[in-house]
Design a protein around this ligand. Structure first.
Ligand code: PRX
Length: 651
């Protein structure tokens, strides 16, 4: 298989950092040299410099049992202490950790001392509920400070969090609770989104009614939306009646570096999401390292804002662990970018003098659509570094971001990584490198990648191929929760000890790496990962559906969009007078089953699907249709005339 290359991307300028920026940059070329000279010694140095160890490590990497890596494994630390107590002990207790902005306009500034106190109280409550080291806690919260507090309180006592994005349905939540056998759920009555309260606790109640394991003993509820909720006596507890009254004395224990820190579910190529497992020491080292050097962090003066929700890995690594380990001041915003007006984000940048902004190309493209007159109403001169993550950023969006948001002179870093990698892997370091719009450019110091052919040979010249990571890295996933076989099969079967990322990539003549999107049945919608198979399973679970095929079609704003082709059951066809009603019903059904993010942009009702002689659906042809292109080669179809029939139905 070859990966398609977009030659339109060729004629691109490079941007040299300004001399002023380069002069104050925390990164310098010596980092690359040190990593090249001795990769493991480099990571050991970073680990000693960036992290506080209760027991120092003597072994950097144990890779004797691949693909199960151990980093710094005889060392001990407490991740929450690294994010909190040590800053307070260093005299930084009065520094603001979080400028929180609620969607309705309420706000709170929380210092490191206050955050530490709150986490200690929450840790005491968790322990009083019988949660201990290794127990799983599901977190289903809006973007409120209690989300950060909950994650850190879980980490502090050595339990394992599984944060579930608040937009996921009760079915999705239930399956994640069951898979991890969680004993506690932390949620809120509701949160604010698009000017309304969206209920969360009712979804938890529904999910718990559906769980099979019956493992959940308690539900801890933050009051936020003040919406009506039901209450199960003996099981449900209010945060403000427990955490607020708890003692703020809490003595932390040290845990081994390889102690599990969290599970985060992400879509794979099958219908069942994978619980990606991350551990403590290596994860903290690489998240704090990348947060410091990729964003050129000066913690005394910078205000960092990563717009991701804590329900995604970006929120774990660059809202919670990276910034707090580095003692940074950051913004946390509850709501959507356009509520109550389309300039909301820029108003927040102005209000808090945000200096580093990290967001997704989808957001940038939707601001481009609205026009530059909106950000131009605000003072954005505090910004000095811009970051992008989650999907390929097209050069036009990169340049608009730099010009309109960044005022034309500040660096934009395109960062490639995954839930599985835990932290940024491929990204320029600003101040050190010339920047190429649209390219993530080069692996960070200490990370080794390559681009291979299907057969495992390095690709020649500018040809595209499959991205692999050739050496273990500190923040790498340690497995899939409860499924070591799937872990081996998904990432390690194709190329042995080289990690198969599932992305296409190519190198240009300057050696810059360009990411070309997924090469498997995973879609990327607005920077969120969705599985075609998972959505197909949801569609066929509807009583009207006989067969379904889902593709990710390119979309100007969201990168890709979900497009489904559905054959209805013969018994249903006569009852449905308007196929639009069926499409609408099925779109809604997916949103209810998985969550609104998975709702197909379009559902086409068709009589046939294109299949090969062996019965495999040819998604490539459906993608051509969904993207309005001439349909490609149909010679391998069992019935070559089928595409004409389907095309006529889709028009
Ligand atoms: O396809 C790549 C894309 O997002 C996938 C990872 O998704 P997820 O685990 O949800 O994590 C997203 C946030 C880290 C990758 O396999 N991706 C992520 N960043 C980029 C990207 N594609 C191109 N350029 C990027 N900078």
């Amino acid at each position: 298989m070859t990966v398609q290359i977009d030659h339109a991307l060729e004629e691109i300028r490079r941007f040299r950092p300004s001399p002023e920026f380069a002069a104050q940059s925390v990164a310098d070329p010596a980092l690359y040299e040190a990593a090249r000279a001795d990769r493991l010694a480099f990571w050991a140095d970073q680990a000693r410099e960036l992290v506080q160890w209760e027991k120092p490590f003597t072994r950097t990497l144990d890779w004797t049992n691949p693909p199960f890596a151990k980093w710094f494994d005889d060392g001990e630390l407490n991740v929450a202490v690294n994010c909190l107590d040590r800053h307070v002990e260093a005299g930084l207790g009065d520094r603001v950790a979080i400028h929180w902005e609620g969607e309705p306009g309420d706000s709170r500034d929380i210092t490191y001392a206050q955050l530490t106190d709150e986490v200690k109280r929450a840790a005491n409550v968790l322990e009083s509920l019988g949660i201990g080291s290794g127990d799983r806690v599901a977190i289903y919260l809006p973007m409120i400070p209690e989300a950060v507090v909950s994650m850190l309180a879980v980490a502090r006592i050595g339990a394992i969090h599984s944060v579930v994005f608040g937009g996921f349905s009760s079915d999705s939540l239930a399956s994640r609770i069951d898979d991890a056998e969680a004993s506690l759920v932390i949620t809120a009555d509701g949160g604010f989104r698009k000017g309304r309260v969206f209920p969360l606790k009712p979804v938890v109640d529904e999910a718990l009614a559906k769980t099979e394991g019956g493992t959940v003993r308690n539900v801890l509820v933050v009051r936020r939306g003040e919406n009506e909720i039901e209450w199960t006596e003996g099981r449900d507890l209010w945060w403000h009646e427990t955490v607020t009254d708890a003692s703020n004395e809490h003595v932390p224990s040290a845990f081994p570096a390889e102690h599990p820190l969290f599970i985060l579910y992400t879509s794979g190529t099958t219908g069942k999401p994978k619980g990606i497992l991350h551990t403590s020491g290596g994860y903290l080292v690489q998240t704090s390292f990348t947060h410091k050097y990729v964003f050129d962090l000066h913690p005394e003066t910078d205000v960092f804002w990563c717009t991701a929700d804590v329900g995604w890995v970006t929120g774990h690594s660059y809202v919670v662990y990276g910034p707090l380990a580095n003692g940074a001041t950051q913004v946390l915003y509850e709501g959507t970018p356009d509520t109550p007006h389309p300039g909301r984000w820029w108003e927040i940048v102005e209000k808090y003098k945000v200096s580093i902004l990290y967001t997704a190309p989808t957001a940038i493209r939707s601001f481009m659509k609205l026009g530059r007159q909106i950000p131009q109403q605000f003072n954005l001169r505090s910004l000095r570094v811009l970051g992008s993550v989650g999907e390929p950023i097209n050069p036009e969006a990169w340049i608009w971001y730099r010009e309109v948001i960044g005022g034309g002179s500040i660096p934009v870093v395109d960062t490639w990584w995954q839930t599985e990698t835990g932290a940024i892997m491929i990204s320029p370091l600003p101040g050190v490198m010339d920047l190429t719009p649209g390219s993530a450019q080069a692996p960070i110091p200490g990370v080794e990648v390559d681009i291979l052919t299907d057969e495992g040979e390095p690709v020649d010249g500018e040809n595209g191929g499959f991205l692999v990571i050739t050496e273990p890295w500190p923040a790498m996933l340690r497995g899939i929760w409860g499924d070591p076989e799937r872990f081996k099969q998904t990432y390690w079967e194709k190329y042995g000890e080289k990690y198969f990322a599932g992305d296409g990539a190519r190198r240009d003549e300057d050696g810059d790496i360009w990411l070309l999107g997924r090469v498997d049945d995973v879609m990327n919608v607005s920077g969120h990962r969705l599985s075609t198979t998972e959505i197909e399973s949801s569609l066929v679970a509807h009583p009207w559906t006989a067969e379904a095929a889902v593709v990710g079609a390119s979309d100007e704003t969201t990168g890709q969009a979900v497009v489904a082709f559905v054959i209805l059951k013969a018994s249903q066809v006569s009852h449905i007078t308007d196929p639009n009603d069926a499409s609408e019903e099925l779109r809604k059904h997916v949103a209810v089953q998985i969550g609104a993010i998975a709702r197909p942009r379009q559902v086409f009702i068709v009589n046939e699907l294109p299949k090969t002689r062996s019965g495999k659906i040819m998604r490539r042809l459906l993608r051509d249709l969904a993207e309005g292109r001439q349909v490609g080669d149909t010679t391998t179809l069992a019935d070559t005339s089928i595409m004409e029939v389907i095309s006529a139905q889709v028009r």
